[in-house]
Design a protein around this ligand. Structure first.
Ligand SMILES: Cc1cc2nc3c(=O)[nH]c(=O)nc-3n(C[C@H](O)[C@H](O)[C@H](O)COP(=O)(O)O)c2cc1C
Length: 227
């Protein structure tokens, strides 16, 4: 199996969220024969999509010459693609959203309606073996009134994907919080192992790994004391 981890945090290897994603990938690698590729999106040269739609009429070639062609090739070669990012303004950080826009050449011009009534473009490359995962951390102490927009847009873009949202994620770069973060990283590792079986997670696993690590009032009180 091949796994691509797209790190969408501008903080690069210092990303809070990356702790969670790396634990998840460790779990996959411990359970299955896995080759891992990590791409730090903020280090890449990715221009904005200009909306020319040339890719939809020429068989999938974007006229912009930057790092995106290689990234798409890498992506198509992988079985699992993990989008790892911090919640920014209730969505994805800008460079990662830009990356998602630039995946436009993968789909064709024709649009079809699915059984639920949702329209989407048909793919013009074979993506049938690919499985998508979103792992998103955030600075607020809870998930309600926070992750909804990011979760909804990822699920619309990647139906049947696995979505993991973890509040209080700055704690992962706070050694004093080790007593709370270490168990969560172990749970993420176990979840990676579970995921490698059939590319899904049970509701029970999801509710365990997506819950706050400490009570929200205590987290907020502590965060406010750092001013
Ligand atoms: C521009 C910006 C926007 C943010 N928006 C949100 C937000 O909408 N909700 C939230 O809970 N945290 C928000 N945060 C906090 C980050 O999600 C949080 O600090 C996260 O742990 C950073 O993770 P990273 O180290 O993986 O980049 C925002 C931070 C920045 C810099």
């Amino acid at each position: 199996m091949k796994t691509l981890l797209l790190n969408g945090s501008p903080r690069g290897v210092r990303s809070d969220t990356l702790h969670l994603s790396m634990a998840f990938v460790q779990g996959i690698s411990a359970a299955a024969d896995n080759e891992l590729f990590v791409e730090h999106i903020y280090e890449k040269h990715i221009e904005y999509c200009t909306g020319c739609f040339a890719c939809k009429h020429n068989g999938g070639t974007c006229p912009i010459e930057d790092d995106m062609a290689d990234l798409l090739k890498r992506m198509l070669d992988c079985d699992v693609v993990i989008y790892s990012f911090p919640l920014y303004s209730y969505g994805m950080p800008a460079a990662l959203k830009n990356f998602v826009d630039r995946t436009m050449p993968l789909s064709s011009w024709s649009m079809v309606r699915d059984e639920k009534g949702k329209y989407g473009h048909t793919m013009q490359v074979d993506t049938s073996k690919m499985h998508f995962v979103m792992i998103c951390g955030c600075g607020f102490p809870n998930s309600k009134f926070n992750f909804e927009g990011a979760v909804r847009s990822f699920a619309l873009k990647y139906p049947d994907s696995t979505i993991i949202t973890v509040p209080e994620s700055p704690m992962f770069n706070f050694p004093q919080a080790n007593a709370f973060t270490a168990p969560r990283l172990e749970q993420m590792k176990a979840a990676g192992g579970e995921y490698s079986n059939d590319f899904t997670l049970t509701e029970q696993t999801l509710s365990q790994i997506c819950s706050p690590m400490i009570p929200e009032e205590i987290y907020a009180q502590f965060a406010n004391s750092l001013r």
